[in-house]
Design a protein around this ligand. Structure first.
Ligand code: TIU
Length: 220
């Protein structure tokens, strides 16, 4: 086991059984004109983590450890998009509407792709998900069992929505979670901080958190 300095206390990482899960680093959340901005958010906050997520991907690639990318998206006919989700919040563009990056949050459209700097490489896994959590209505649970992993390192956006939901789902399935603090971001600074605190509270009730440098130093 590798001991990684973390909060609320050291995280014990099993190098043979650890996967990286990068949540929804898609143009629709990170770039202007996509789903995130249509909900009224300032997307520039999210762009700031791209270099750190790239470094984290580089670390896992160098180690040969498994990598899973997720994408929140929907079928072109919206058959997997509940009307309640599409109507929520009176956005300027609804899921499926044509926008500057193609139809908003639709699988295969330019806006639904992962940002080019973080594009999956051959051999990496990509999970398309219709919900905020990455386990609901996806093959992620089966994939992780096939990979034989027990420990998950998390990055991506947004901290309190898709990242936290997926970490809670993973925690209930027995995975030991570590969230990389500077490789995740929210449209709301206070929500990110609150989420980090919630995850770590009560003796890591959902998981641990640490900066990228602490993980990189520990595993190098
Ligand atoms: N709106 C928001 O903060 N997030 C999402 O809708 N999806 C993800 O977090 N990926």
């Amino acid at each position: 086991m590798i001991t990684v300095p973390a909060a609320p206390f050291a995280y014990e990482l099993d190098p043979a059984r650890t996967a990286l899960v990068v949540i929804d680093m898609q143009r629709d959340f990170v770039e202007p004109g996509g789903f995130g901005e249509s909900l009224g958010n300032d997307v520039t906050r999210l762009q700031a983590i791209v270099p750190t997520v790239a470094d984290l991907l580089g670390l896992f690639r160098a180690k040969g450890w498994p990598i899973v990318h997720t994408r929140e998206n929907h079928a072109a006919d919206l058959s997997d998009c509940p009307p309640a989700k599409r109507d929520r919040g009176e956005p300027s563009l609804r899921i499926g509407d044509p926008g500057p990056m193609g139809r908003v949050l639709i699988r295969g459209e330019p806006g639904a792709e992962i940002v080019p700097e973080l594009a999956p490489l051959p051999g990496e896994h990509v999970i398309d998900k219709p919900g905020k959590g990455a386990f609901y209505a996806t093959p992620l649970g089966d994939l992780l069992k096939e990979l034989g992993v027990t420990h998950l390192v998390f990055a991506g956006v947004t901290t309190e929505v898709c990242v936290q939901t997926t970490m809670r789902e993973a925690n209930d399935r027995g995975y030991v979670n570590l969230l990389i603090e500077d490789a995740t971001e929210s449209y709301f600074a206070a929500f990110k901080e609150a989420t980090l605190a919630m995850i770590r509270a009560q003796g890591a009730i959902v998981g641990w958190s640490t900066p990228f440098a602490a993980l990189a130093d520990a595993v190098s």
